[in-house]
Design a protein around this ligand. Structure first.
Ligand code: UDX
Length: 433
């Protein structure tokens, strides 16, 4: 099949590359000329394990193309995936101007029946808006489909090629058949393609992310109670996770959720509810708990030093919002570091992938960047673990102790064992452990 993908952000690139990998001819469109030029040469602007390799192979084999010109991508395409950004506007609701503009440009280049797919995370009701934008600009027949993605950063290729499920929202049999054919190679293992109406598909994406965010805030509150009653959240997690109805995944207390999806989607669903005259109380609390949680580690550090952080040198391991990505959007690290700097501390940090990103946007030259985890510790008063990269999981604690001025560890992800560390002479702080 021939496919066009509009927008070469995270979702567009992964979807385009994976559709090419399954044998389709895919053309990705982006208005950013510089980005398109680099992609043609096989340079991927984001860090996502496996993506660059797969992209290069498909470009080389002639199945994957990049262009700034809709007229090179849309004519003859069986399906056009809109995967442009939907940044939050001032009131928290998703800004749809790029989606609508992409729909219009698509319509202007259509030459026959086309399935237009909303792949961006968009509020309920967007498919109808896209439908209207298309109808205004073309007389060719088309159907609009909502096909939300459930990719996790760091595991996106695997998630796309072997999805738990594919959700397709459409009221057209013809469009549903095109989508079934496209996704057939990815659901050979028997995982379902779930068909539903457009609005339900749009809401499914938000409901999934909001449910997961709720689990995290819930466990963070359990952790906060644990600290007060002398319980251990890790044991409570195991105790409840063994119940099938609860399940063991996504129950890790820590510094709160970040990234490009959960914070944005929780806000958006609260906003959508308000617009429809409904107050989504649970999600308001989920968000409030998460904001508190992002500050918790700073509060622990500050109270350890009796509020006197001026002149302290704090080593931070991990900047990205989670491991295996260089993404720092809504990263708890930024909140922790901002508070530390405001309190007069000096920060030295190391992250395996996210330091370029940090230098460019989030932290600039306000902190010192170390070249290795261990050298970040030299002359530091304590170590604060923010992101649970594998390389931080089993450090040589003798060396950690030797390098730090004082053996104090704040573990924002509960990856270390309190008893082992205390036996080695460390002062250890966890989140509810
Ligand atoms: C998420 C969804 O998982 C994915 O389906 C959706 O398409 C996009 O949003 P992502 O943002 O890449 O994916 O990251 P994910 O691995 O889900 O983690 C989100 C955040 O929750 C991270 O900040 C992570 O540290 C935090 N988290 C996750 C916890 O604090 N505890 C957990 O138990 C799990």
């Amino acid at each position: 099949m021939r496919i066009a993908v509009i927008g070469t952000g995270y979702v567009g690139l992964v979807a385009g590359t994976c559709f090419a990998e399954s044998g389709n001819t895919v053309t990705c469109v982006d208005i950013d000329e510089e980005k398109v030029r680099k992609l043609k040469d096989g340079h991927v602007p984001i860090y996502e394990p496996g993506l660059e390799e797969l992209l290069k192979r498909n470009v080389h084999d002639g199945r994957l193309h990049f262009t700034t010109n809709y007229a090179e991508a849309v004519p003859g395409a069986h399906a056009v995936f809109i995967a442009v950004g939907t940044p939050p506007g001032e009131d928290g609701s998703a800004d749809l101007q790029y989606v609508v503009a992409a729909a219009k440009s698509t319509a202007e280049s259509m030459t026959g029946y086309t399935v237009v797919v909303d792949k961006s995370t968009v509020p309920v009701g967007t498919a109808r808006k896209v439908q209207a934008a298309l109808a205004e600009s073309t007389s060719h027949p088309f159907d609009v489909v909502s096909n939300p993605e459930f990719l996790k950063e760091g595991a996106a290729i695997d998630d796309f090629l072997k999805p738990d499920r594919v959700v397709i929202g459409s009221d057209s049999q013809r469009a549903a058949e095109v989508m079934d054919e496209l996704y057939a190679p990815f659901v050979r293992t028997g995982n379902p393609i779930i068909h539903m109406d457009v609005e339900s598909a749009e809401l499914t994406k938000y409901a999934a992310n909001a449910m997961l965010a709720t689990r995290i805030s819930f466990m963070n509150e359990i952790a906060n109670i644990c600290m007060r009653v002398g319980a251990n959240v890790d044991q409570v997690r195991k105790g409840i996770g063994s119940d099938d109805r609860i399940g063991s995944r996504f129950l890790f207390a820590g510094l709160g959720y970040g990234g490009s999806c959960f914070p944005k989607d929780v806000k958006a669903i609260v906003q959508t509810s308000q617009q429809h005259g409904y107050e989504f109380k649970i999600l308001q609390a989920v968000e409030a708990v998460n904001e508190n949680q992002k500050r918790l580690l700073f509060d622990q550090v500050s109270s350890h030093y009796g509020g006197q952080l001026a002149g302290k040198r704090i080593a931070i391991w991990g900047l990205s919002f989670k491991p295996n990505t260089d993404d720092m959007r809504e990263a708890p690290a930024v909140v922790v570091i901002d508070h530390l700097l405001a309190a007069g501390a000096e920060v030295v940090t190391y992250d395996p992938e996210a330091m370029d990103e940090a230098k460019r946007w989030h932290l600039a030259d306000r902190v010192t960047y170390a070249t290795a985890p261990m050298s970040a510790l030299d002359d530091a008063d304590c170590l604060v673990l923010v992101t649970e990269w594998n390389e931080f999981r089993r450090p040589d604690f003798d060396e950690v102790k030797q390098r730090l001025k004082t053996p104090v560890i704040f573990d924002g992800r509960n990856i270390y064992n309190r008893r082992t560390l205390e036996a080695q002479g460390f002062t250890y702080y966890g989140i509810g452990t």
